[in-house]
Design a protein around this ligand. Sequence first.
Ligand SMILES: C[S@@+](CC[C@H](N)C(=O)[O-])C[C@H]1O[C@@H](n2cnc3c(N)ncnc32)[C@H](O)[C@@H]1O
Length: 217
Amino acid sequence: MIMDKKAYWNKRFQKEGYVWGTAPSPTAEYAIEIFRKDEAKKILVPGSGYGRNTKPFSESGFQVTGLEISDTACEMAREYDPQTRAYNGSVLDMSMVPGQFDAVYCYNVLHLFREEERFLCLQQCAEKVKDNGLLFFTAFSEREPSFGRGQEVEKNTFESRPGRPVHHFTEAELHDYFQDFQTIESGITEDYEDHGEGPHTHVLLYILARKNSNKII
Ligand SMILES: C[S@@+](CC[C@H](N)C(=O)[O-])C[C@H]1O[C@@H](n2cnc3c(N)ncnc32)[C@H](O)[C@@H]1O
């Protein structure tokens, strides 16, 4: 399964290059302000792609580590954002990434798995965050235009291509995922992109949460 996904993403980056352009998501700028106020220094970006959303962090002075399944994307990232250390591996097993981080910024990766792996992804991220550290995640919402595209393989999870699930969260569900954390803020955010089928707006959910040292994850 992991090899399939790696091949899928490699092919995508080889064919489409900077798939989503180089402008970062507005959520990256938003998270930067929050992480700065929290005096975070070391940031982990799981599913870091070619670096469009790591670069604003590294250019803002954070020490940034990326983790990315596609070696093609990692090579692109090393050129595009050389200040970020990009590891080539899966967010489902972060054993190759040394140390702990003050905060995690994870953009549009959590919805790319079936349920069991979504929980594993979050658990792996949580283990990499120090006590009282922050987690900022975005994911596809139920209001995302692609909702319902393909075969429904689990509730609100659709595969337009076999083996490539896309889950659509409700806000309540996202809160459930983060129930062992202290949720600080959540909501809908709209991200404009122009690629593939042309200009479109993603309707995303975001959540900002703190890892509580007094709770067991
Ligand atoms: C929708 S893209 C978002 C990319 C990046 N966060 C950005 O904003 O540019 C999802 C990214 O997650 C990566 N990815 C998918 N499955 C992964 C996995 N199991 N482990 C690590 N990265 C993964 C993909 O290669 C891709 O770069």
